[in-house]
Design a protein around this ligand. Sequence first.
Ligand SMILES: C[C@@](CO)(OP(=O)(O)O)[C@H](O)COP(=O)(O)OP(=O)(O)OC[C@H]1O[C@@H](n2ccc(N)nc2=O)[C@H](O)[C@@H]1O
Ligand SMILES: Nc1ncnc2c1ncn2[C@@H]1O[C@H](COP(=O)(O)OP(=O)(O)O)[C@@H](O)[C@H]1O
Length: 289
Amino acid sequence: MRFLEKAPAKINLALDTLYKRSDGYHEVEMIMTTVDLADRIEVSPLKSDEIRIVSENRFVPNDHRNLAYQAARLIKNTYHIRQGVEIYIEKQIPVAAGLAGGSSDAAAVLRGLNKLWELDLSLEQLAVMGAEIGSDVSFCVYGGTALATGRGEQIKELPAPPPCWVILAKPTIGVSTQTVYQNLNLDEVDHPDVQRMIQALHEESYEGMCKEIGNVLEPITIQLHPEVEQIKSHMKEFGADAVLMSGSGPTVFGLTQQETRAQRIYNGLRGFCDEVYIVRMLGSRSSLD
Ligand SMILES: C[C@@](CO)(OP(=O)(O)O)[C@H](O)COP(=O)(O)OP(=O)(O)OC[C@H]1O[C@@H](n2ccc(N)nc2=O)[C@H](O)[C@@H]1O
Ligand SMILES: Nc1ncnc2c1ncn2[C@@H]1O[C@H](COP(=O)(O)OP(=O)(O)O)[C@@H](O)[C@H]1O
């Protein structure tokens, strides 16, 4: 018996940091939503008692460094499972992009192994386990749209954003989340208004959502990698209604409600950037079923 799970990428519509905690993490307020660019995860039982990672993507580690491996090890040890598992990862999400690819793979493994080993755990229980692997894994267990607080692991469901096209453009640089956070000076932060973004989502206001997007990590990554600013400028020139970097970057996303304009932005950006995608927001949690 094998189980297939979709592992969608996320974007941060808002990312605010409140203060640095004594454990070294930042207390955050983030509005996250999944998009239909997804890895495909397949979990199947092995006769030998081992965790085997299989992926054709050369940027994805096939050992304990893989977040999918860590998820399998955690659930296996917690519930004293003696059976081994092969985890096949078909990678579609660019790696180290600010799109939570690794976190979403880990979340998909938790969901998949819950089924394979008939553990009958709730999403809440899986999300608590996910937080041990990384700050974004809990959100990825649920998918959909949510307010994430704490260091990112406290999840509160929000209404789906108004329908629109999302153009993703990833420059050919990798960004370390840790480095970006290390360079953040909390005294110089221009805070987005997360409450007004939540209100815009409740009001189903596309204009409100575009107005309130903001990410305190964006200026840090731009300072380290000025090409992010260039991509932002191009997206605006080609007609995106709102443009923001996702997470710690370097992927930039642009929003539009018009399909022809989305295509124009996509075509225009392909001249500057190798990895460009047109996607839709998945909206609500049920899209993972
Ligand atoms: C910034 C965000 C926004 O969605 O996304 P990405 O750019 O990684 O996609 C995430 O919160 C990233 O989550 P994740 O990638 O799971 O990070 P973790 O492994 O937990 O943390 C990596 C490092 O980032 C810093 N970190 C992370 C989260 C947080 N709230 N405060 C922090 O200071 C810490 O230095 C930590 O050691
Ligand atoms: N399953 C995985 N897919 C992608 N990257 C992974 C995975 N497991 C571990 N990693 C490592 O995690 C780091 C961050 O990757 P990723 O999750 O794609 O980015 P981000 O945290 O920016 O959203 C990379 O350096 C990569 O080597």
